[in-house]
Design a protein around this ligand. Sequence first.
Ligand SMILES: Cc1cc2nc3c(=O)[nH]c(=O)nc-3n(C[C@H](O)[C@H](O)[C@H](O)COP(=O)(O)OP(=O)(O)OC[C@H]3O[C@@H](n4cnc5c(N)ncnc54)[C@H](O)[C@@H]3O)c2cc1C
Length: 458
Amino acid sequence: MDATRVVIIGGGAAGLAACHTLRKLGIPVLLLEKDDQVGGRLGGDRVAGFCIDQGADFFCPSYDITFRLCEELGLPLRRSAMNLGWYRNGRWVVTRAGNPVLASLRGLGALRALGALSPAGARFLFKLLSGLKRQSEHLNFSSDSRLVELDEGESFGEYLDRLGAPDSLRVTLKGFLEMTMGHVEASGAAYMRTYLSEMLLKHSELSVPPQGAGALAHALAAASGDSIRVSTPVRRVLMNRAGQPHSVITDDGPIEAVAVICAVPATRVAGIIPDLHDEVRAALGTVEYSSGCRVVIGLDHPPLPSGWHGALYPEDDTPLLLDRSINLPDIAPPGKSTLDLLVGRDRAEQLLPLADEEIKRRLLDDARRNRPPGSALPQDHEGIFTRVYRWQEAVCMGPPGMFRAMARMRRELARDGNGLFLAGDYMGVPSVNGALASGVASAEQVAARLQNSGAPLE
Ligand SMILES: Cc1cc2nc3c(=O)[nH]c(=O)nc-3n(C[C@H](O)[C@H](O)[C@H](O)COP(=O)(O)OP(=O)(O)OC[C@H]3O[C@@H](n4cnc5c(N)ncnc54)[C@H](O)[C@@H]3O)c2cc1C
């Protein structure tokens, strides 16, 4: 084989980071994306002067590779802490940005409504927070996170039981994760505690580019220029007898490759690469995702009460409501706003097969049932535009044992050294940062392999 082109399958955060890194190293690379635009779950749409995040919408303070790439690509970051209304026990309470849920005296009413002021609640919170602080070195999303050392096969539900979480506080803690992430009690305790650590202890440090998280995907795509081919699904990766990938099959025919980085969700890998080792296939089988659905409506007025960035309904399946234009004014033209409606859990599964208009109608119906006081939620047919995003694989749920299985799998693949690399959020701590970090790491491994083999560049 004399062509030394590296082929990347999938143009989400992982694939884009791999592509950008290989180009910087001067290695010829071709990224093939099945959809008509790149970004995947970090995708950003531009509609009528609005910037829309299709999936990910904020970065946690430990996102080291994300921040490095933003800096490298000239993307500034803006703090994204939010004032949130919570609908609990039939009434609305508000928690303020910069005053994490558990702090301020001003928030006593809110804390009581959220279940934090009972003796059992206080005991549980003390245990939870001291545990998070003690293990904060592990509980983060950074590229060198040692979360695998805490992955002892315990689920988040078992962890809440072990710490004696009272029901009311349990709803609060699970609820805000579940609204976008699905049934988190079945997720790994280590992973969910990482979210809690970042959200509760470092709430005010969440950040995002002024034009939304999708701006990072746009910037990575722009930096990757002609290395990207969209609307090109890869059907199959072909391996030789030694188990080395040599070409990928697309609808336009085969493309030769000296190495392949497969950067699609874990659930899709075996369909594209049937010749995977049993151990790798079994490890991939441990990865699970939630489903999700997001509706974004462009408006000429703010939809939520003044000063609110979002409204949460942790007790039921009402969508999470966000007006992102409040802390990110650049995402909407002057005087305009956006309303995001986000839902996970079984509700998302029910909605995914429906038509856009029906999804919008049902979610707005749910939201209007207990509308925040003084809100101006749109009517069904209102909106400068409406976009609906469906995610069969939304957020990787990090089930108990997944991190250990992935660590074993990484060792296995490295031992094989056969030119097949896997990248994606599930290869790190699932998040934008985990995905970007895995993309960068796989590109660096490919570069080292090519250097060792002395293969000539195309
Ligand atoms: C609604 C929602 C909100 C989220 N919020 C956050 C957040 O605030 N912060 C955060 O850190 N994370 C968040 N996440 C998770 C985060 O977006 C993901 O962890 C991350 O973007 C995953 O990137 P990836 O590259 O691993 O996968 P993906 O983004 O899924 O990329 C895979 C790509 O492969 C392509 N593909 C699949 N099959 C093929 C094929 N056969 N041929 C070619 N291409 C193929 C897909 O089209 C896709 O573009 C959120 C996700 C969702 C859905």
